[in-house]
Design a protein. Sequence first.
Length: 319
Amino acid sequence: MALIAENFISSPHCYSEAIEKLRAKLVTLASSIAPRTGVYITSIDGFKIARSICPTEITPSFYKPSASFFIQGAKTIKINKSTYACNSPSCLIVSASLPALSRIVSASSDAPYISLHIDLDINEMLSICSAWPKQNQLYQVPRSAVGFEDINEKMYDALFRLICTLENPRDMKALAPLLLREITFRLLQGSHGFQLREIARHNSQLQRINHAITSLVNNYNAPLNPEYLANLTGISLRAFNHRFQMITGMSPLDFQNQLRLHQARQLIIFGGVDVFTASRFTGYDSHLIFTQEYTRLFDSSPFSDERLYKAADVLVGED
């Protein structure tokens, strides 16, 4: 995956002896729960552990509002034209549903890639925010839905205690909801907390744009109707296009195209569908345009992928 210097964004770094000790404990515990390469969907709702012992190829992903904590190793995540470098000890916060291309770039058997992924609960965020004094509920104009911040000592400790509950079902049932609430609270208090609060705030700009995104996702193979999306959000077409671009980093048309191409690739690689059927199913009238856009996004033609993966048993993972 080509990295364009002006669009390459590195995550922050914050090291201390206490943080490194907590990180090492977290690596050991996460490795015992996720001993092999793959994505482990834990018994805690919305909590996943990802592990890999080697770098991977580019994989289409779809991020929902979530927090991804990079504990060891590194990966790159490309959203439209921006490529984000994700490594320890950083946290990627996503406040809107976004198509992305991800790739693990640093992983080995001695130092496997490990990340923790938590889906954000809007009702939980609303509950936390409603208990705060009004002066602490300052709302700002939404900006990019993607942000980074350091994993500090308190967050590492909460994550460690959350994983520990997986070892005891009684602990998990009683303590996991409280620990998820603590983690959500700390994210809301962080540098990107205002953006997360916008998800939960009734009728906020970000919440309106998320409604439009949901409509695009559910109808990705239908003709794009910008006027309908603008009406859905209750704002003018011009304002809708501006805010959508500001939050997602792409236009509604580019967003839809990426949804279509991601789905087409899944159909070709994992569904055994031929290229022409995949292009028609995902809403493309022109096979030529489909092939050009597919090749531009994935750096390989759909026909090459069809041949390469036709008989392959490929493991798919998110985060």
